[in-house]
Design a protein around this ligand. Structure first.
Ligand SMILES: [Zn+2]
Ligand SMILES: [Zn+2]
Ligand SMILES: [Zn+2]
Length: 229
């Protein structure tokens, strides 16, 4: 995927499609055209109780209760202690009542969302296509990186097949850094150099004889901040 990343990706792409956030049809061609994987599952989010137990983690597959904005959660024990008539204050200052809380099971398995290219109809994970849902409205159209590169190449090279390394395609290292990406990239470099030293010591060879993963770049495409009380 990295060779396809362009630093002006978001500004040059247009998004018009309706198939944002839906899933590719089951069976048939349902892998991401960019990474070749099917479902990309995330670690389930950790939920913490807002009740009297004091921010205890709600166990996996346990019953819990939540407000309709899914901001605050209560374990079953703390829910039972809530009084029907007493107002409940949420983190953002809104109020709710016990009778308004929803009963759920802590068994969700979040996965990366999909979007479909309006040109070639291929399905891409949003993360693989560097698609930022919060910055792009649902009423727009999406051109995948492969089609984008093809179009750019067709427009600039008199019909020759565009090369992945052509001038129109920039590398991940040309995307802007942020403090988080610098910390992760520095950490990655340090961890790798330690690993190379260990391999060299284990093999009894010099550091230059160890094969290395050169040219790795880390950039943060999206990051969320979650507030816990
Ligand atoms: Zn993918
Ligand atoms: Zn609790
Ligand atoms: Zn496409």
């Amino acid at each position: 995927m990295l060779p396809f990343i362009s630093s002006h990706f978001n500004t040059n792409f247009t998004y018009e499609g309706t198939n944002i956030g839906k899933e590719p049809p089951k069976g048939g061609k349902n892998a991401c055209a960019l990474c070749g994987n099917h479902r990309r599952l995330f670690d389930p989010p950790s939920l913490f109780c807002s009740g009297q137990c004091g921010m205890q983690k709600i166990r996996r597959n346990a019953i819990y209760y939540t407000d309709r904005f899914k901001q605050n959660h209560w374990c079953e024990k703390c829910y039972n202690r809530l009084k029907m008539e007493e107002p409940i204050q949420l983190d953002d200052g809104r109020e709710t009542k016990k009778s308004m809380l929803l009963k759920l099971t802590n068994d969700s398995v979040p996965e990366e969302s999909w979007l479909q290219c309006d040109k070639c109809q291929d399905w891409n994970h949003q993360i693989c296509a560097l698609f930022n849902r919060s910055q792009n409205s649902k009423s727009t159209c999406f051109t995948c990186p492969k089609c984008y590169i093809k179009e750019k190449g067709d427009a600039t090279s008199d019909g020759d097949t565009p090369q992945a390394g052509s001038k129109t395609v920039k590398g991940a290292d040309e995307l802007p850094h942020c403090s988080l990406s610098r910390v992760i990239e520095d950490g990655l470099e340090k961890t790798l150099s330690k690993a190379y030293e260990k391999v060299a010591a284990d093999r009894g060879c010099t550091l230059s004889q160890v094969e290395k993963a050169d040219g790795l770049s880390v950039r943060v495409v999206s990051s969320l901040e979650k507030k816990h009380r």
